[in-house]
Design a protein. Structure first.
Length: 194
C-alpha cells in the first residue's frame, strides 16, 4: 500500500474535508464513518456508535475479521488528510422508511500503487447470504471507478472462502493472480475506457 498522503496529493485532495454522500445499494445504506464514529468503535462503545449512526447494533458487532490496528491507520489518515473522508470505511445499514436501521457490516478501500484501490468487506453472520456484501461491493466499486485517478479496484480472498470470491466476480472483477498472502487470490476491475 502506498502512503495515503502521497496518493492524496496525486488525487488533488485538499486539507479541507468535503461532505461525502451516503451511498445507496437497494435497501442498504453505506454511511461513511466519521472520526467520531471511529473513536466510538475503537473504544467498543456500541451505545455511542449506535447513537451516532441512528442505528441498532447487534451483539455480533464488530466483525470477527476486523483488525484493531486499522482504527489507528484510518484515524491517522483522517488527521493528516481530512479530505480522505469517505474513502476508508463505510458501515452497511439495513432498514429505514419506517423500519429501524441496523448495522449489518462494513466496507472500505485503501489506495495502492498505480491508481488501484483495494477494497475489503464484511457482513455480520446474521446478514450473510442475503446479497448485502455483493450489493455494497458493487455500489462501492462503481463509485470508486468514478473518482479521479482511480484506474482499478481490487480485492483479495482466501481460496477456502468461496463466498468472498463470488462477491468479487459479481462485481465484475476477474482473477489476476495470487494475493499478497499465501493461499489468497487477487481480483481486479479496471475502469472502462470510453
Amino acid at each position: 500500500m502506498i502512503d495515503f498522503m502521497q496518493w492524496g496529493a496525486v488525487l488533488g485532495l485538499k486539507s479541507r474535508p468535503r461532505r461525502t454522500a451516503e451511498l445507496k445499494a437497494g435497501q442498504l445504506r453505506l454511511v461513511a464513518i466519521t472520526p467520531e464514529m471511529l473513536l466510538a468503535e475503537q473504544e467498543a462503545d456500541a451505545a455511542r456508535l449506535g447513537s451516532l449512526l441512528r442505528a441498532r447494533l447487534t451483539d455480533e458487532w464488530p466483525p470477527v475479521e476486523w483488525e484493531p490496528y486499522l482504527h489507528k491507520m484510518i484515524q491517522k489518515q483522517y488527521d493528516e488528510l481530512p479530505a480522505s473522508f469517505g474513502w476508508h470505511r463505510y458501515v452497511l445499514l439495513t432498514g429505514g422508511l419506517g423500519r429501524p436501521r441496523t448495522l449489518a457490516g462494513a466496507i472500505g478501500g485503501f489506495p495502492r500503487a498505480h491508481g488501484d484501490v483495494e477494497i475489503g468487506y464484511s457482513t455480520l453472520p446474521a446478514f450473510q447470504r442475503r446479497g448485502y456484501a455483493t450489493a455494497a461491493a458493487r455500489t462501492f466499486v462503481a463509485w470508486l471507478l468514478t473518482q479521479q485517478c482511480v484506474h482499478s479496484v481490487s480485492a483479495q480472498a482466501y481460496l477456502q472462502v468461496p463466498e468472498s470470491i463470488k462477491v468479487m466476480e459479481r462485481c465484475g472483477m476477474g482473477c489476476v493472480g495470487e494475493g499478497d498472502e499465501p493461499g489468497t487470490v487477487r481480483y481486479r476491475k479496471m475502469r472502462s475506457l470510453q
